[in-house]
Design a binder for this molecule. Structure first.
Ligand code: AMP
Length: 132
């Protein structure tokens, strides 16, 4: 059965889409731990990040870098951190976590409330800042 992320990529399920290219896709995490928390995933469905082919892993990292710079530029972060866990959704992904202040808790256990209107604003801001 296709993963929930494959169904998002195929347009079968809604998402706040940040960007995509031929091989990779970025969208806001629906249960963010910080405003602008974004997931980057390969379109090819593989469960474990470190089972990705070398060139796919390298491509995903470059794509994540581009999205992280867009987050930094559009949301005025100190920087963007990354978390890789993958215990909930069996489709390799990197969490990009905007860090706004020193000491900000960065843990996937700490969800924050973000309204639908704010999610729409965030996705517009970040997606406009993604360099082609
Ligand atoms: P993990 O597999 O533990 O790295 O975490 C999976 C992440 O996917 C969690 O942070 C979820 O909030 C997120 N997530 C699950 N379903 C969706 C969805 N439909 N849209 C956006 N994010 C999702």
């Amino acid at each position: 059965m296709a993963s929930i992320f494959t169904r998002i990529i195929n347009g079968e399920l809604p998402c706040y889409k940040v960007a995509e290219d031929e091989n990779f896709f970025a969208f806001l995490d629906i249960n963010p731990i910080a405003e602008g928390h974004t997931l980057v995933v390969p379109k090819k469905e593989v469960d474990y990040l470190f089972d990705l082919e070398d060139e796919v892993l390298a491509g995903l990292t470059s794509f994540a870098k581009k999205i992280a710079h867009a987050i930094d530029e559009s949301l005025g972060t100190l920087r963007t951190g990354i978390i890789v866990e993958g215990l909930e959704v069996p489709h390799a992904h990197i969490h990009l976590i905007p860090i706004y202040f020193e000491g900000q808790p960065v843990s996937l256990g700490r969800k924050t409330e973000v309204s639908e209107d704010r999610m729409k604003e965030l996705v517009t801001l970040i997606s406009k800042a993604v360099k082609k």
